[in-house]
Ligand binder design. Structure first.
Ligand SMILES: C[S@@+](CC[C@H](N)C(=O)[O-])C[C@H]1O[C@@H](n2cnc3c(N)ncnc32)[C@H](O)[C@@H]1O
Length: 208
């Protein structure tokens, strides 16, 4: 099969996206792992043409890592970097720890993203914050973490889930208000709609 590297560590053929499996349990053969845009908003965002500023040495803070599906693909890319993968559900955390075990560059953190002061002794300054959290105060959570951890030249990739904020208002209005809140502490560079995720908006931002 012919794979083209479309961005550092991200590959594509005619149909799909892939990353190269970097887990220590992977065989010595190169194994391309399919990165499904229906299960990963980041993959959907890449297919819309946004190449995340993630390379082999990038340090990432991932807020809302769940069982680590998308996080494991980022870990494939940042083979010499580091990822702090934060999750607050005890049930999901067990699976996240299993995902992190064969991946030395992934550090699982059991904490609530609303309280960065509780993990600031573990997390260093990072190049990228990726947030995919279904909470009413998503922008507020993003701003707290940007202020504590994002390097001056770093990038925030923030997935807004409208229906976690308001179940009846028009998604366009919810997105507008959430982006406005984010702009109180960050500079929004771009917003991208994701065809696979009707109620979500991807927002790319930097520090003010
Ligand atoms: C939509 S899922 C994330 C899916 C994941 N990003 C992926 O693509 O594989 C959202 C996750 O955020 C977690 N979460 C929600 N609120 C949180 C908070 N305040 N702090 C940390 N994690 C949180 C949830 O438990 C859930 O696992």
């Amino acid at each position: 099969m012919a794979f083209t590297e479309i961005s550092c560590g991200i590959y594509q053929d005619e149909k799909r996206l892939y990353t190269l499996n970097q887990s220590v349990s992977a065989s010595t053969n190169r194994e391309f792992r399919t990165w499904d845009p229906h299960h990963s908003k980041l993959a959907a965002l890449i297919l819309k043409g946004f190449m995340p500023p993630i390379t082999e040495s990038t340090v990432v803070l991932y807020l809302g890592a769940a069982a680590g599906s998308t996080a494991s693909h980022i870990s494939d890319i940042t083979q010499n970097g580091l990822m702090y993968a934060l999750e607050f559900s005890p049930r999901v955390m067990k699976n996240l720890i299993l995902t992190c075990e064969p991946r030395p560059n992934m550090i699982p953190i059991f904490a609530d993203a609303n309280h960065p002061e509780k993990y600031s002794h573990i997390v260093d300054k990072v190049d990228v914050i990726y947030q995919d959290i279904s909470q009413r105060n998503q922008a507020e959570i993003a701003l707290k973490n940007v202020s504590c951890f994002l390097k001056d030249e770093g990038c925030l990739i923030f997935m807004i889930k409208a229906r976690s904020i308001n179940t009846i208002a028009k998604t366009r209005d919810i997105f507008g208000k959430e982006v406005e809140k984010l702009q109180e502490g960050a500079s929004v560079l771009e917003t991208v709609k994701l065809p696979q995720y009707r109620d979500h908006l991807a927002v790319i931002a930097t520090k003010l």
